[in-house]
Design a protein around this ligand. Structure first.
Ligand SMILES: [Zn+2]
Length: 224
């Protein structure tokens, strides 16, 4: 946007004194936030997204037939005029689309977050595969097995908990894999991926997020 335009004058008609419930609802819509490396880092409201956009701190990522383009405030307003959308915020002079995804213009690291040690993430790590027989099962047919038995001091840790099918679990019983003559198909470790467990995507998550969230979920790995 033109640097000579005061930030507040651009944002004020959009964000100031929300008069209608519809506008309030639209301004509360979730927007996916990417950092400068195009990694999904969090979700903010459309209100916050517009504020960042008006200040030149972010640009809108527009998805069109599988390609992406980025837009500053003015360019986004032009797109909104050319390609109107049911979700538009109106001011007395113009209207603008609610962005789905924005990318920050300043550098922000991925939030450092360890993979939480949860049942869900253990299933994710082991991909619902029994770590003894290698069979793939429904979650409901898998147990969490203490590799070194719990009542003999085996810890509840990434390195000592694996998915196991009920049959293998029963067969192994209260023994170590060696004692049971069973072999782990893979050594259990803390996963390297970075889960977006803190981002919860409800029905509101938009299709255009999928690319970024999937990419980040599966591919982003930051060194320790
Ligand atoms: Zn099994």
């Amino acid at each position: 946007m033109n640097a000579s335009v005061p930030v507040d004058s651009a944002a004020a008609p959009l964000l100031g004194s929300a008069r209608s419930n519809r506008r309030i609802m639209l301004l509360n819509r979730p927007v996916l936030v990417l950092n400068r490396l195009w990694q999904a880092i969090h979700v903010c409201t459309a209100r916050r997204a517009f504020s960042l956009l008006c200040q030149g701190h972010a640009q809108v990522v527009h998805t069109d037939d599988g390609s992406f383009s980025t837009h500053d405030f003015d360019s986004w307003r032009d797109i909104s005029e050319r390609q109107p959308d049911p979700q538009m915020v109106h001011t007395s002079r113009w209207r603008i689309r609610i962005p789905r995804v924005i990318v920050l213009m300043f550098f922000e690291r991925m939030p450092r977050q360890e993979v939480k040690f949860t049942r869900h993430n253990i299933f994710e790590r082991d991909k619902c595969v029994c770590q003894y027989c290698g069979g793939h099962f429904d979650r409901k047919d898998l147990n969490l097995d203490h590799v070194f038995p719990r009542d003999r001091g085996g810890a509840m840790t990434w390195e000592n908990i694996v998915c196991s099918c009920i049959r293998c679990n029963t067969r192994k019983g209260n023994r170590t894999p060696d004692e049971a003559r069973m072999k782990l198909i893979r050594k259990p470790e803390r996963p390297k991926w970075r889960p977006f467990a803190h981002l919860t995507f409800g029905a509101e998550a938009h299709e255009s997020w999928k690319h970024f969230v999937d990419f980040a979920y599966w591919n982003v790995e930051l060194g320790e």
